[in-house]
Design a protein around this ligand. Structure first.
Ligand SMILES: Nc1ncnc2c1ncn2[C@@H]1O[C@H](COP(=O)(O)OP(=O)(O)OP(=O)(O)O)[C@@H](O)[C@H]1O
Length: 583
């Protein structure tokens, strides 16, 4: 098991104190009442047996009525206990989910390069529920079984110490069996939850990419892959079922054997007049309850082991410290913030692929309030430059600075709040267009409809949005599938306009838009770029020609830098070759 074993208990302690106290109180009450029943029932039997007292029917009625009242209280206490445990259980699951989600979203981007979405979703939905159930409802049932077993055993000794000693010599072997079974279950659950996580991963990927799956006609392949994953889960479930069946068979058998041995030994004791029939009946009922409670305890134990099996992975994720800081560091004041960016002797490899160097001695200055166009062959690392500026990754060595401050010293949340991005394939959320645009603001709820319409107009998006029947309330579908590429881009530009950042990172679309769309997007981009520090991954000649500087990225470093015409005039320049190839 990972992490300190006491942590599920910590979670439990975190649940509402009053509720917990009340639940334990009601638990004690219902257990005591349930366990007093056999004693009084034994008394009643003795009353029935020794019938010829004067007040026979009066005593019997009174005893039965009193006992019914007590049972009623017991039932009420039990009802409240179950209710409280169920609600506090859900609260713990919710809290667990919220903390896990919050821990996940703070992780560095490299973590998501290595971990798959479906797996994380499974941890969030299935593992949390399993663990939550195991430490609440199950714990409550377990406590009850424990309380009843101890009271029962105590009462057995009270009623007949001789018989009790005889019976209890049978219990230890069953406990050993339970421990072995629990260990096995804990291991199995870990494998099972991992396997379930893989299944969710596969489903998430196929459903999320249904267009690609359909275009390649791979539905059947995907279905087969999914089925085989599900089959694997089934195999594991079968193993668990087998162990469970054996275990429960064994405990059931030993329960019956205990009852039989009580009857046998008790019969002998009664024959030698050491016990009354009422006492033997009470004892039998206690033995029966103890048997049931021990059964309950073993299922509690096995459920707990399952919870701990699922909990180990959750714990790893909950406790994981992001490798890059999330919201700490220096914040530059408004006056000293200019927006000059500089890479100096940067070496970089992706953490997921440390053996492949992307940048070696990469240096580049991006002056404030000017446009720098970045060009270079495909795969040369242009998008990586943008990722490093957003501090999605840290360089292996060298520095990246903003106005002379190493960005590793700056607060990443502040840094990103000053940077706007529009990528080739802008990602929209499956909400309304207005909400998608407002996403750019620090506080989306304070953005007015007028502000949204204004930026949409500046981004040349207002007209087409108003043409939709639902206007700005049109829902764009998952990742914006209900919009065209050019429309998505203009919405992304409006979003960036609303953010109004000093620094702008743009990735120009390579895919050709039609002339009309192209013009509208270009005009919107030009308006967006005005007065900001811009780094643009440029593909279009017009963008390159208009840039204040063109930087050529090749083989992990900037090889040439200057205006378009200057670079073109170099006879053997890489830029010249690149441009020739393009045209
Ligand atoms: N998250 C990642 N983990 C590991 N390697 C990556 C990652 N992202 C990109 N790479 C690798 O880094 C190199 C540079 O990729 P990058 O996307 O920066 O190139 P690019 O110049 O923007 O390419 P293009 O013009 O085709 O978009 C590529 O070889 C790519 O395989």
């Amino acid at each position: 098991m990972h992490g300190p074993p006491a942590w599920p208990l910590r979670l439990l302690v975190a649940a509402n104190r009053k509720e917990r106290g009340a639940a334990v109180g009601f638990l004690a009450m219902s257990s005591v009442i349930t366990m007093s029943a056999p004693f009084f029932l034994g008394r009643i039997i003795d009353v029935i047996y020794t019938n010829p007292t004067v007040d026979y029917s009066y005593t019997l009625t009174r005893l039965c009525l009193a006992l019914s009242g007590v049972f009623l209280c017991g039932a009420a206490a039990n009802t409240v206990r179950v209710y409280l445990m169920q609600t506090s259980g859900q609260r713990i699951v919710n809290r667990l989910r919220a903390s896990l989600f919050s821990s996940l979203l703070r992780q560095e981007v490299a973590f998501f390069d290595k971990t798959r979405t479906g797996e994380l979703i499974n941890r969030l939905s299935s593992d949390t529920a399993l663990l939550g159930r195991s430490i609440t409802e199950n714990l409550s049932d377990g406590l009850r079984a424990g309380a009843q077993a101890s009271i029962g055993i105590g009462m057995m000794f009270y009623v007949s110490p001789q018989l009790a000693t005889f019976v209890l010599s049978v219990v230890p072997p069953i406990s050993v069996l339970a421990v072995i079974y629990g260990r096995y279950l804990q291991k199995l659950t870990k494998v099972m939850q991992d396997s379930l996580a893989q299944t969710t991963q596969l489903a998430e990927e196929s459903i999320g990419n249904i267009r690609t799956v359909r275009a390649f006609g791979k539905e059947i392949t995907e279905i087969e892959k999914y089925t085989s994953k599900v089959d694997h889960v089934m195999q594991l479930a079968r193993k668990e079922a087998f162990a469970r069946a054996g275990f429960f068979g064994a405990t059931g058998l030993s329960g019956n054997l205990i009852v039989l041995s009580v009857l046998y030994k008790g019969g002998l004791l009664m024959g030698s007049a050491h016990m009354t029939v009422g006492e033997l009946s009470s004892f039998l009922m206690y033995a029966f309850w103890v048997g049931l409670s021990i059964g309950g305890l073993s299922s509690f134990y096995s459920e707990l082991m399952k919870g701990l099996g699922a909990g180990g992975r959750l714990w790893e994720l909950l406790e994981r410290k992001p490798e890059l800081p999330f919201d700490e560091g220096v914040v530059l004041n408004q006056e000293s913030f200019q927006g000059t960016l500089e890479f100096r002797n940067v070496h970089f490899t992706y953490p997921a692929r440390p053996e492949v160097p992307i940048f070696q001695d990469f240096s580049l200055c991006i002056p404030s309030a000017s446009v720098t166009a970045l060009v270079g062959p495909s795969g040369s690392g242009k998008s990586t430059v943008l990722s490093l500026l957003l501090r999605l990754y840290d360089p292996v060595s060298g520095t990246i600075s903003l106005d002379g401050h190493d960005i590793r010293q700056l607060n990443p949340v502040w840094l990103r709040s000053k940077i706007g991005t529009v990528s080739q394939e802008p990602v929209l959320f499956s909400c309304s267009i207005a909400e998608n645009i407002a996403y750019g603001a620090d506080d989306p709820s304070s953005v007015t409809a007028e502000q949204i319409e204004k930026v949409a107009d500046v981004a040349n998006a207002g007209a087409f949005i108003r043409n939709f029947p639902q206007g700005f309330n049109t829902v764009v579908g998952e990742k914006g599938v209900l919009l065209s590429g050019g429309q998505k881009q203009r919405i992304a530009i409006a979003r960036a306009l609303l953010k109004n950042p000093k620094i702008l990172l743009l990735d120009e679309a390579t895919s050709a838009l039609d002339a009309e769309n192209e013009y509208l997007v270009q005009e919107a981009l030009d308006r967006l770029m005005e007065g900001r520090t811009v780094l643009i991954i440029a593909h279009r000649l017009s963008t390159i020609k208009n840039a204040n500087t063109v930087a050529v990225l090749d083989q992990g470093k900037i090889t040439e830098r200057g205006r378009h015409e200057e670079l073109l005039s170099k006879p053997n320049g890489i830029y010249r070759r690149l441009m020739n190839k393009q045209s």
